[in-house]
Design a protein around this ligand. Structure first.
Ligand SMILES: C[S@@+](CC[C@H](N)C(=O)[O-])C[C@H]1O[C@@H](n2cnc3c(N)ncnc32)[C@H](O)[C@@H]1O
Length: 274
């Protein structure tokens, strides 16, 4: 299945900012506690975007890990490289299309991560096969375990209120995100079929919006025309603005009734060992 998906950097950064401002829990803390990356490790972050996870691991390991971030968006890679320079860190940000063979030798990395990205892969078996190939094999003579894969993504119950409000506003069933609809099923099963050991972890973050405006900012940063994810719901700029207007009216009604809008992000983390 080919998924024609684009991620404009302004939308991605807006969503990250909203999670940080209105969230009850910090996904970075959860990720670090789960993975505990160490100095000396070689880490590949696939679909790194503007480098959020790569910088997180760089900080956590006190710049001691060798980190490579790969993405197919030159716009986001440029953002990541600019920040890399500004921080004086040494992460290697490079072009990587996860639908193609990864440009690395077999058995290269201790950890391969992908946050909210790799589940858009066209051929899951191929892409996770590539992740498996570039991860270190276990070494029975030294007892060293195999490299680990970590993939995070939305679970089907993710941000229910977002879908409910849009459904009430449009009278239409909005198409599920390609990620969330496949995460627990196809994606977990594909990884489980390739890796020696696979676990599913869960993270919940309650975003409490004290007014409607930041919720609408979130809607715009998710439903943007140029993301090409939900274009079946509108045709052109005027229809898009009309749709946002309807969503805003329903969100306001819910807000007036409940005094707040709480959107719960429910994220799955698949952790697998080669
Ligand atoms: C939602 S963003 C997540 C970015 C980053 N991991 C983060 O957590 O902020 C999804 C990322 O997947 C990237 N992406 C989508 N398709 C890709 C592909 N075929 N190859 C590499 N990256 C891809 C996008 O460019 C974008 O950076």
């Amino acid at each position: 299945m080919k998924i024609d998906y684009q991620e404009p950097s302004k939308d991605l950064l807006m969503r990250i900012d909203i999670h940080e401002k209105y969230g009850s829990a910090n996904i970075d803390v959860w990720t670090n506690e789960l993975l505990q990356p160490k100095a000396g490790m070689s880490i590949l972050d696939v679909g790194c975007g503007a480098g959020k996870l790569s910088f997180l691991f760089d900080d956590y390991t006190k710049r001691g890990a060798k980190i490579t971030g790969g993405d197919f968006s030159e716009e986001l890679l440029d953002k990541a490289r600019a920040k890399n320079k500004e921080r004086g860190s040494n992460i290697d940000f490079q072009f990587l299309d996860f639908n193609e063979k990864f440009n690395f030798e077999d058995n290269t990395f201790d950890l391969c991560t992908s946050a909210f990205a790799i589940y858009y892969a066209s051929d899951l078996k191929f892409t996770f096969g590539e992740a498996h190939r570039v991860l270190q094999s276990p070494d029975p003579s030294s007892g060293k375990p195999g490299g680990r894969l970590f993939v995070s993504g939305p679970l089907p119950e993710n941000k229910q209120i977002f879908y409910d409000i849009i459904k009430e506003a449009t009278n239409a069933e909005i198409p599920p995100m390609p990620g969330s609809s496949r995460f627990k099923g196809d994606i977990f099963n594909t990884i489980n079929g390739i890796f020696a050991k696979t676990e599913l972890h869960k993270f919940e973050n309650h975003l409490t919006f004290p007014e409607v405006a930041p919720f609408i900012d979130y809607v715009r940063a998710s439903l943007g025309e140029d993301r090409k994810l939900w274009t079946s719901m509108f045709n052109g700029k005027d229809e898009y603005e009309a749709l946002i207007g309807k969503i805003e009216a329903v969100a306001q009604k819910w807000f007036d009734r409940d005094g707040k809008l709480v959107m719960t992000k429910v994220v799955g983390g698949i952790l697998a060992t080669k």
